[in-house]
Write a protein of this length. Structure first.
Length: 445
């Protein structure tokens, strides 16, 4: 049955025990408190996008798949510019720029030339903005849909990730397509059955492709741990006309069924290690973008809350910087055009996974699936787009010393990045809870 993991993770110099201690004691309490802040609680997402790959056949009928969205007015600070991704700046920055530009009028400029110049530069600016948006989109590992007309805000605290009952052919088609079409494998398990990928095959893959597979598999592990730790244990009647209320909690049997090596052809210890691996990947991205993230405003319109959020960010990043054994992405995509092609392929495969999320047939699973892929995609963008590679960064995994002003993440990307990391952190913590439950069960009565 499930045993505590020990030892090396593979593809990095870190081991499981180091992460267990670091996460459970230092990161977990900080990140959980951080994502409960208003800035991180509201996620803008389009859950109505059509599946681009097959007819949407399987709307989940279970009430636990349902999502409560918010009106814009319910989002703190919305009227003061919360939705500032549309203008890409918080009101404070915008106002100071406006003030600046009116002060910058050059007293002795030729008004005719000035007019001509401004016309050209306005047109240029428009074109350049379009080019920049195009270039930025190329660097993205995800399809962003927060600017779609159908995008809505969701209060994540009202829609927790947990057991929904989504399973069977629809769920399997999603996982299978993800592994089949997007993990660089032309052929999955030849028996066309589970598991989709055998870890014995991974040793033949290059590092980059292995990292890709392990990140996806780690995400899969995390999702499944959450549904085990917040399982529907029972339903109770709460009132005459009210629908029954679910009681949610850990289900050890369900956990063991999923992660018992004897039930998974010995694969499940690797799936669990992949969770630690993707955790390490996202933590390194947070460290790498740390100096930038420290300078974000985290604007919600409430100065006290925003200051607390900035303080909590600095505190958590400080702890992350102190981690002794960060993932070292500098050993990936080295070489000439071949490496560049591989990187482009890597990005395209990941984008495809973000599109597959629109095919998930349960809104709650889709919400968290989209958030976590966007979070991972943002981490990959930080690690591999080159924008955060500072010449004075210590690529052994520590802190870039300077913050470059042209680096910019959208609000949704930041919200997704931290929440995705919080989910992984929570999964690692939940593993500890299951271990405790298991040893309590084994103790003689
Ligand atoms: P699945 O998890 O469907 O896995 C299929 C097969 O993949 C397994 O038999 C195994 O061989 C292999 N596999 C399993 N884990 C791994 C791994 N970590 N790495 C590599 N291979 C693996 N359900 C909920 O209740 N709540 C949710 O919030 C939720 N979110 C979801 C989000 C997405 C994007 C998807 C696709 C599904 C989600 N589900 C959710 C469904 C859930 O993940 C399972 O698909 C479902 O519970 C059925 O489980 P299963 O035992 O058939 O195996």
């Amino acid at each position: 049955c499930f045993e505590k993991l020990h030892g090396a993770l593979g593809d990095c110099s870190c081991n499981v025990d180091t992460i267990d201690y670091f996460n459970n004691v230092k990161i977990f309490p900080r990140i959980q408190s951080l994502v409960s802040k208003d800035y991180f609680r509201f996620y803008k997402v389009n859950l109505k996008k059509e599946c681009p790959f097959w007819a949407d056949d399987s709307r989940c009928a279970m009430k636990y798949c349902h999502i409560k969205t918010c009106s814009k007015e319910q989002v703190p600070g919305y009227e003061n510019g919360y939705d500032n991704d549309l203008i890409d700046e918080s009101p404070a920055t915008k106002y100071s720029k406006e003030a600046q530009s009116s002060c910058n009028d050059d007293a002795d400029h030729n008004p005719h030339l000035g007019y001509l110049n401004m016309t050209i530069s306005a047109a240029n600016q428009f074109e350049i903005a379009k080019w920049k948006a195009y270039d930025d989109a190329l660097e993205n590992f995800c399809e962003c849909d927060d600017r779609d007309a159908d995008a809505e805000y969701v209060d994540l605290s009202l829609n927790p990730e947990r057991y929904t009952g989504y399973k069977g052919p629809s769920a399997h088609r999603i996982w299978r397509s993800i592994y089949q079409e997007n993990c660089f494998r032309s052929k999955l398990n030849p028996y066309e059955s589970f598991p989709y990928v055998l870890s014995s095959d991974l040793s033949n893959m290059c590092l980059e492709k292995r990292v890709f597979y392990r990140a996806i598999s780690g995400l899969h592990t995390s999702i499944n741990i959450h549904l085990c730790s917040k399982y529907l244990l029972s339903e109770k009647t709460v009132g005459f006309a009210a629908p029954p209320e679910g009681e949610w909690g850990p289900n050890l049997e369900e956990f063991q069924r999923r992660f018992d090596p004897s039930q998974t052809l010995g694969e499940s210890p690797n799936w669990l290690k992949n969770l630690y691996f993707v955790y390490l990947l996202e933590m390194r991205a947070l460290a790498k973008a740390g100096p930038y993230l420290e300078h974000e405003e985290y604007f919600t319109g409430n100065p006290t809350e925003d200051e607390e959020t900035r303080g909590a960010i600095r505190n958590m990043l400080g702890v992350i910087y102190s981690f002794p054994d960060h993932f070292n992405e500098s050993s990936m995509f080295i070489g000439g055009s071949q490496a560049l092609n591989l990187k482009n392929e890597f990005r395209e495969h990941f984008r495809n996974i973000s599109r597959i999320m629109d095919c998930v047939g349960c809104d709650k699973c889709k919400l968290w699936g989209k958030l976590q892929t966007q979070g991972l995609g943002t981490a990959l963008k930080i690690l591999f787009s080159g924008k955060w590679n500072s010449p004075d960064s210590d690529l052994q995994g520590k802190v870039p010393l300077r913050h470059k002003s042209h680096e910019r993440l959208q609000r949704t990307e930041i919200v997704a990045l931290f929440n995705a990391f919080a989910r992984l952190s929570n999964s690692i913590r939940e593993l500890e809870n299951f271990r405790v439950m298991l040893s309590a069960q084994k103790e003689p009565k």
